[in-house]
Design a protein around this ligand. Structure first.
Ligand code: NAI
Ligand code: MG
Length: 356
């Protein structure tokens, strides 16, 4: 088994170092190889996703990814910006299904801004489609408007599109995931306004016929955004397109107390995957040793379960994370009165120590 380790930029290097320590402490036989990605790769090789990094990722069974980006690259041409590395990896590895579980650990109920009764016991899974939607649809660009409200004015445009096979495969992923959980899928769309999402709704409904044991509900995205903070526990599996999924999963992260707690997995049809925290490179706290490494450590657990076929090792990590929270250890993002404030490395070391 081979893991490509791509720490990236900002807090990426700090949090991935802790996840690597936890993986090493498991005493399993896998090979880990590290490469540059994002701004770090741009500095060294002039490209955010150098050929050698891409090849390493393609040959590996799984990629453990930190985060990329920094404000200082905002002026670069778009293809050279650090964030393009993640889009390139998704594209070249064929990653189409993004899993973002949002779990509220009992110890962190107080760290959320929501009322305890709204979030305690929360365990939902957001599945975001990654290859389609307005992020990649062509044509896109800037031009002079020939119609619309202001003919002759400068304008920009993007294209929202989904093909039937793209919707079918993500719907299958969602129904299969729901079968292992509470057997309910909420498909989030904007079918009342968008042709693309009326089609989405029709195709998901068609696929649902193969899963009569799973309940399917359709919800408009604006309502879903509201329900996520009003009554999030009513959801089990949420499946949606690329853009709505991007936004709703960040929203859901706040239910768990901090974005520093939220892992993610992006899978292709062969169960190869890229595992990363849901947050970015956090330039505002980078280099201070205070970033929460738990989202990355929990992403490593997802990697063991989904791509490396080591479910027991995944359980061991998740149990150790619960144990350190029960011990009262908290990085600043989840700190509250009466708990012990620790830094990134101390938190990682505590997880290693709590492994059984
Ligand atoms: P961000 O997620 O990096 O940070 C948002 C806020 O959350 C900041 O206040 C940050 O300090 C805090 N935060 C994030 N992770 C944390 C952790 N583990 N522990 C404690 N606090 C944490 O999002 P932002 O600031 O919008 O973006 C920063 C850079 O990251 C940008 O260049 C952006 O493009 C990039 N980015 C990269 C992603 C990736 O690599 N997959 C995903 C999202 C953003
Ligand atoms: Mg996002």
């Amino acid at each position: 088994m081979k893991i490509a380790v791509l720490p990236g930029d900002g807090i990426g290097t700090e949090i991935v170092a802790e996840a690597v320590k936890v993986l090493q402490a498991l005493d399993l036989s896998f090979e880990m190889e590290t490469a540059l990605v994002g701004g770090a790769a741009y500095e060294a090789h002039g490209h955010p996703l150098p050929e050698a990094t891409l090849q390493l990722a393609q040959q590996a069974d799984a990629v453990l990814f930190g985060a990329v980006g920094d404000w200082k690259y905002d002026k670069l041409d778009r293809p050279l910006r650090p964030e393009q590395a993640i889009l390139g990896l998704r594209k070249h590895l064929g990653l189409f299904a993004n899993f973002r579980p949002a779990i509220c650990y009992p110890e962190l109920v107080g760290a959320s801004t929501l009322k305890p009764e709204v979030i305690s016991g929360l365990d939902i899974l957001i599945i975001r489609e990654l290859t389609g939607d307005i992020y990649f649809g062509q044509p896109r660009g800037r031009r002079t408007a020939i119609d619309g409200h202001f003919p002759g004015a400068d304008e920009a445009f993007d294209t929202m599109r989904y093909s039937k096979p793209e919707i079918e495969r993500i719907a299958h992923v969602a129904f299969q995931a729901a079968r292992k959980r509470h057997k309910k899928v909420t498909s989030v769309d904007k079918a009342n306004v968008l042709e693309t999402f009326q089609f989405w709704k029709d195709v998901v409904t068609e696929v649902h016929a193969q899963y009569p044991d799973v309940e399917l509900e359709h919800m408009y995205v604006d309502n879903a955004a509201m329900q996520l903070v009003r009554a999030p526990k009513k959801f089990d599996v949420v499946v949606t397109g690329n853009m709505f999924g991007d936004i709703l999963s960040d929203e859901a992260s706040m239910l768990t107390g901090s974005i520093g707690m939220l892992p993610s997995a992006s899978l292709n049809a062969k169960n190869q995957g890229l595992y990363e925290p849901s947050h970015g490179s956090a330039p505002d706290i980078a280099g201070q040793g205070v970033a929460n490494p738990l989202a990355t450590i929990l992403s490593a657990a997802m990697m063991l379960r989904f791509s490396l076929n080591q479910p027991e090792a995944a359980d061991r990590i998740e149990t150790a994370v619960k144990a350190v929270l029960a011990q009262g250890l908290r990085t600043p993002d989840i700190h509250s009165e009466g708990t012990t404030r620790v830094g990134t490395a101390e938190m990682g070391a505590a997880v290693v120590k709590a492994l059984r």
